[in-house]
Ligand binder design. Structure first.
Ligand code: CA
Length: 275
């Protein structure tokens, strides 16, 4: 148990929100139903924070929450792996010196299925630790003591690196909706010159599915790949999750949801975004 954990309301089975829609039985637990932190509705990045020192964990948690990140916490390596599998993170901040398994081992396990960027925190001065962590898949490294501003800047940087669409594409369109892949917003263009733009609100899960698809324009993205990326390993058979969220996405984005032109189903295979 960690100092910050009880305050997050987002990590651990006890804090699971109820399914957002009673018409969707068997919905996955990881779907968060909290309100978006900002009125503009961008979907914020989900950060897994792994640190066994309670004071530091708490300070990091407060700073990340203040910047509207969706934060999960863990204070051991095993807890980190379980939390990541339960709520796949967009980025991980990971202390290398953990009480149970080494942080490097956590990176190796995460990299079996996740490509979320990992920033390592360590008090160890040895360059060997840094190289070891980077070799097994960490993306960046901050040595303790570090400045909070520097860590936050590095987090923004790895999230940006992870984010660009194909060949630097930062925008995609689904009918009259414009998807801003950098700002994490969807806007529906009004018809006619005087019509105002309208913000389309997506849940974090809808956003993750949409983002995965538009990052591969024209390509088949398999159900297995989407399920693993969004819900973590072990959810591959749950194609009903995807059907449920894809139907909601189409209702929000497609001009005629019953005859989708952009978000296509490939029966038995997966989904395809047709630009
Ligand atoms: Ca430590």
């Amino acid at each position: 148990m960690t100092v910050a954990r009880g305050r997050t309301g987002t990590s651990g089975p006890a804090a699971r929100p109820p399914a957002p829609d009673p018409s969707a039985p068997d919905l996955p637990a990881p779907v968060p139903v909290r309100k978006q932190p900002s009125s503009a509705g961008p979907v914020t990045a989900r950060v897994l924070l792994v640190e066994d020192e309670p004071g530091l964990l708490r300070a990091l948690f407060i700073n990340l929450r203040a910047r509207h990140y969706d934060v999960s916490t863990a204070s051991t390596g095993r807890e980190a792996l379980a939390t990541a599998a339960n709520r796949p993170p967009d980025a991980v901040i990971l202390d290398l010196g953990l009480p149970d398994i080494d942080g490097t081992e956590v990176i190796v396990e995460l990299r079996r299925w996740s490509r979320a960027p990992i920033i390592v925190l360590s008090g160890r001065a040895s360059p060997g630790d840094k190289i070891g962590a980077l070799d097994v898949g960490a993306d960046d490294y901050v040595t303790k003591p570090f400045s909070m501003a520097e860590l936050l800047a590095r987090l923004r940087a790895v999230l940006r690196r992870d984010d660009p669409g194909p060949a630097g594409v930062t925008e995609a369109a689904v009918g009259h909706c414009v998807i801003d892949l950098v700002a994490h917003t969807v806007t529906r263009r009004g018809e006619g010159t005087a019509a105002a733009e309208e913000v389309v609100r997506l849940t974090p899960t809808e956003w993750r599915i949409l983002e995965s698809l538009v990052h591969h324009p024209g390509q088949l993205v398999s159900s297995r790949q989407l399920l693993t990326e969004i819900w973590g390993p072990g959810h591959e058979p749950r194609t009903n999750y995807l059907r449920f969220h894809m139907a909601k996405l189409r209702r929000k984005l497609e001009d005629d949801p019953a005859r989708p032109r952009y978000l296509l189903t490939e029966p038995g295979m997966g989904y395809r975004y047709r630009p």
